[in-house]
Design a protein around this ligand. Structure first.
Ligand SMILES: *Cc1c(COP(=O)(O)O)cnc(C)c1O
Length: 399
């Protein structure tokens, strides 16, 4: 047996309860552990490795750029940052981008931008509307924005200036608008990821757009998990044609190389100016060169379409294979962002799947979360359905 994290992890702070496996290499949708056992990766490092593992385009971009230039500073021009910035803003219909190194940092930029925008317009004590069940990161501002007490507990005093409403509840937003004149923005995930693959009603995001127009608020979409083709459109908000003022991105953008982005349009794009925000590493040539390779590969290999196709296939296949299984509450998702909700807590399924050579995740206690690489093909999708159905049947005592 591999010397598991229990024996090996003493030097590490105990921020993660790690599974007893260590991976040595990967190829596409497959990973191999240090004993040579093979696993089907249906999680992609939590929506990060959309191109799968060891993709040659990522490898080549990394190696070429590392041999040329890794880092200078944002004190100087960075051609790769401008190239990726042009591609991303065009794709998103945004005017400008700020590059950071993670999702939380991208959201920090969006929160600072919303506050500065408000102060410049004379709002003394601006507040940002956020939702229950949301996840926006682990920094102090982003954990304060997050709608999960477990993420916040023990870190009080939290950052002020967030007003919370239930997700997918337009009436609650209307009431907040009436009672809180200091609201200046809404920060929301188009589909809640950590919150349990929760899809709002189709009119939720468009009506938030209308409300923001009426109230003069900024609409900020956290597309850190849903973006980069994950849901079968490049951005999840494209499914409902609700155009935000600000978009945050990270996870899938670097396929594992840390990079985050905060995109903005119109007045929101002009808010951050020299001295108001910055980052030492953000937008360095290495990360941006890889981001460009990821975007080019997504386009060249039609991976957004593939995510839509394989996602629809998986959704149908699971609905069929689990149709008569008692204890399955709902199967939902968009593209390759799929949740299978059970009627009971099911975290135990994760180690059972691991033993069976399958990497999955359970979030919000009862929701099996699948985020396979965008390169997934049908034989692997079939294997995923077969093995996970078998595991769920066994777990629920329906075998
Ligand atoms: C993962 C995630 C974040 C945080 O990203 P980090 O890179 O871990 O800081 C923020 N928002 C959403 C929706 C996420 O899924």
């Amino acid at each position: 047996m591999t010397p598991g994290p229990d024996a090996m992890s003493e030097p590490l702070m105990a921020t993660y309860k790690r599974l007893p496996v260590t991976f040595a290499r990967g190829d596409g949708v497959w990973l191999w552990d240090t004993d040579g056992k093979r696993y089907l990766d249906a999680l992609s490092g939590i929506a990060v490795c959309g191109l799968g593992h060891a993709h040659p385009a990522v490898r080549d971009a990394l190696c070429e750029q590392a041999g040329q230039l890794i880092h200078t500073s944002n004190l100087y021009g960075i051609a790769e940052q401008e190239r990726l910035g042009a591609m991303l803003t065009e794709r998103a219909g945004m005017d400008r981008v700020f590059f950071a190194n993670s999702g939380a940092e991208a959201n920090e930029a969006a929160i600072k931008l919303a506050r500065l925008h408000a102060h410049r317009r004379g709002v003394e004590n601006p507040a940002i509307l956020v939702t229950e069940g949301s996840f926006h990161g682990r920094t102090l501002a982003t954990l304060s924005a997050t709608g999960n007490r477990k993420v916040q507990a023990g870190f009080e005093p939290l950052v002020q200036g967030f007003v919370r409403v239930p997700y997918d509840d337009l009436d609650a937003v209307e009431i907040a608008a009436e009672n809180r004149p200091n609201i200046v923005a809404i920060l929301v995930e188009p589909i809640q990821g950590e919150g349990g693959i929760r899809l709002p009603a189709d009119d939720y995001l468009p009506r938030l757009r209308d409300l923001c127009d009426r109230e003069g608020w900024l609409l900020i979409f956290d597309e850190i998990q849903t973006g980069m083709g994950r849901t079968g459109r490049f951005f999840a908000h494209e499914h409902v044609a609700a155009i935000p003022d600000v978009i945050t991105l990270a996870k899938g953008l670097g396929n594992g190389v840390p990079i985050g982005a905060c995109l903005a349009r119109g007045a929101a794009a002009e808010v951050l100016t020299p001295g108001s925000h910055g980052s030492t590493f953000g937008g360095n040539p290495l990360a941006c060169r890889v981001g460009r390779a990821v975007l080019q590969t997504i386009d060249a290999a039609n991976l957004v379409e593939n995510a839509a196709r394989q996602g629809a296939y998986l959704l149908n296949a699971f609905r069929e294979s689990l149709r008569h299984v008692n204890g399955v509450s709902e199967i939902r998702g968009r593209g390759l962002m799929i949740g299978i909700e059970l009627d009971r807590p099911c975290a135990e399924l994760v180690p059972l799947a691991l033993a069976a050579g399958l990497l999955i995740n359970v979030t919000a206690e009862r929701v099996i979360r699948l985020l396979p690489p965008l390169i997934l093909e049908q034989p692997e999708a079939d294997q995923l359905v077969r093995e996970l159905t078998h595991l769920i049947e066994g777990f629920l005592g329906n075998a």
